[in-house]
Ligand binder design. Structure first.
Ligand code: SAM
Length: 262
């Protein structure tokens, strides 16, 4: 179990964290020519933001995550949507060799890692995954925009100042979303033997309500640092008061970095 995404943080994640718009799912399908015979591994699947929209395009998805609360909510959403071809597996990147033994070499069409690679030993993981893909299959590393408090907007700068003051620490981690992160991941894919390493960017913008903004922040706070229920209304009020008046526009850039086996 991970501490970060347990309990109420998982609930906030399921409710408030952005999913992926159809062009992202289409970019993944096109990158590996996914079809109805394919098996996909969604590693660090969280509450199913990628597993669920991918499920209708392939035979089967393995949604794998070390946090039981994330998997439970993913399973509930799948049941609510009538999705029956996702198998939810409790496990981390270190368990991928076991998945390989189960499915066999040459059996996976894609492993997608959405907003989760920064938790993993990515170099070792890419080497372990390489023999598991069918021809033309491979890895997709997906970054879902920039953390809410690191965006180039007045509301985001105000949010960052408020959170840094509250937690008494600088908030600089890009969580795998920065250009330097992408370069490191691309190099590691090439070093592990993947070819055609390329990045597709999908841009869109959206407006956040105050509730969505605060819920999004809660979904990113490690569970052991989320203010307790009694203190949360005051924390929310503090965030709200720190913000300039709306609208709260977010420019989201989704990066899809892929590497294929030949
Ligand atoms: C920010 S969420 C991403 C969820 C989803 N893939 C998305 O795109 O929104 C990160 C997820 O990675 C999982 N995670 C953390 N460490 C991991 C590891 N070592 N191996 C696999 N998943 C991990 C967490 O439990 C969490 O569910």
């Amino acid at each position: 179990m991970t501490v970060g995404f347990s309990g109420e943080v998982a609930e906030y994640y399921a409710k408030y964290r952005r999913g992926y718009p159809p062009p992202v799912i289409e970019a993944l399908r096109a990158a590996f020519a996914l079809d109805a015979d394919d098996i996909v591994l969604d590693l660090g699947c969280g509450t199913g933001q990628l597993s669920l929209p991918l499920a209708s395009r392939v035979r089967s998805v393995i949604g794998m995550d070390p946090e039981p609360d994330m998997l439970r909510l993913a399973g509930e959403t799948a049941a609510g949507q009538g999705v029956r071809n996702v198998t939810w597996v409790l496990g981390a990147d270190s368990d991928v060799p076991g998945v390989g033994t189960l499915v066999g070499h040459g059996s996976l069409a894609m492993t997608v890692i959405g907003q989760a690679l920064h938790w993993m030993r990515h170099e070792e993981l890419f080497r372990t995954l390489a023999p598991l893909f069918r021809a033309g299959g491979g890895v997709a590393v997906v970054a879902n925009g920039t953390p809410l408090w690191l965006q180039d907007r007045a509301w985001s700068r105000a949010l960052r100042a408020c959170l840094e003051d509250h937690f008494g620490t600088r908030l600089e981690a890009t969580c795998g979303t920065g250009a330097d992160d992408r370069r490191r991941y691309a190099e590691a894919l090439r070093a592990a033997g993947f070819a055609d390493v390329e990045e597709t960017l999908i841009d869109y913008s959206d407006e956040l309500s105050v509730d969505e903004l605060i819920g999004g922040v809660y979904s990113a706070i490690p569970a052991d640092r989320l203010p307790g229920q009694k203190d949360r209304p005051a924390f929310a009020e503090r965030i709200h008061r720190s913000l300039p008046s709306g609208p709260y526009l977010e420019s989201v850039q989704v990066s899809v970095l892929v590497g294929r086996v030949t």
